[in-house]
Design a protein around this ligand. Structure first.
Ligand code: SAM
Length: 279
């Protein structure tokens, strides 16, 4: 194993969800940098790994990174883990990685558990794209603004949420986004009380309120992408926008109608609107 920083994904609940390579790396590392040493010890003990640990969390990441650089300079092999899932994804790690890379050392990722990807894999949404948003702002006003800014994004949206805020966040999503969008509420993934529920956004608050257990634990919320604009599908819109960048409105609408088979009038009206948006 070479002198490098190994960024190791660890389980998000089920301790069995750790790769063979992750175990080998944690076993062979000279030091394991971790968010919470007691939490890390639980995982390491479970797998009989007696590694030395160093705390690296959001409040000491810069100083801890300095220590890592000194150790890497001494030829050591360091593994970095967070409390759960993939370091650097809504977790500390990015600043340490940046410092290590800037100092010219290798950073080697060991992929594995991640709550967002686990939720996406079981969501079964039709969207081809998704945007990982992570945690929304805790304050009501900022949260609603943030949701409003995401409303037009042509992709499914993936959020992390804490149990004490999940009801508020779902209510804000339902109030701001189109009610026919679907939400997948993925709770306690990989754990004993795992629950994955897919329902229209408009029904989500009532579903959550129907049983207090549904608000317990850790959450990923996935919201399907926006419904197609009335009269025009997303692809026609894309073609039209591309033509409009090069051609006058009338010509762009005519060509778009030929390419997409959509009605020329609708495309012309949409082209005028797009032009206004870009003025
Ligand atoms: N680094 C982690 C990852 O790769 O997914 C995320 C860490 S972030 C501090 C913690 C949040 O991730 C939780 O509040 C929750 O939104 C989500 N999360 C983590 N574990 C989860 C699980 N087992 N089920 C559902 N959501 C989970």
């Amino acid at each position: 194993m070479e002198n490098a920083l190994y960024v190791v994904a660890t389980p998000i609940g089920n301790l069995g969800d750790i790769s063979l390579r992750a175990l080998e790396t944690l076993r062979a590392a000279d030091l394991v940098a971790c968010e919470d040493t007691r939490h890390a010890r639980h995982l390491l003990d479970h797998h009989g790994i007696k590694a030395q640990t160093l705390a690296l969390h959001q409040h000491n990441e810069n100083e801890a990174a300095e220590k890592l650089l000194r150790l890497l300079g001494d030829g050591k092999r360091i593994a970095m883990i967070s409390d759960a899932g993939t370091p650097g994804v809504s977790d500390p790690g990015a600043r340490a990685v940046a410092a290590v890379r800037a100092a010219g050392f290798r950073v080697i990722p060991l992929p594995g558990p991640n709550a967002a990807i686990a939720a996406m894999s079981a969501a079964g949404l039709a969207d081809e794209r998704f945007l990982f948003v992570g945690f929304l702002p805790a304050k009501v006003g900022a949260r609603r603004t943030a949701i409003g800014e995401l409303a037009g994004v042509q992709a499914a949206l993936v959020f992390y949420e804490a149990p004490h805020r999940v009801a508020e966040t779902i209510a804000d999503l339902a109030a701001t986004l189109e009610p026919q969008r679907e939400i997948v509420i993925a709770r306690e993934l990989t754990k004993m009380f795992e629950q994955i529920e897919k329902l229209p956004l408009a029904e989500a608050s009532a579903w959550l309120a129907a049983d207090p257990n549904r608000s317990r634990g850790e959450f990923v919320l996935v919201v399907s992408g926006p419904p197609p604009r009335e009269g025009l599908d997303v692809e026609s819109d894309r073609v039209l926008a591309a033509l409009l960048a090069e051609l006058p409105v009338k010509q762009a609408a005519k060509l778009a109608a030929e390419i997409t088979g959509q009605p020329k009038n609708a495309l012309y009206a949409r082209a005028l609107a797009l032009k206004d948006e870009n003025v």
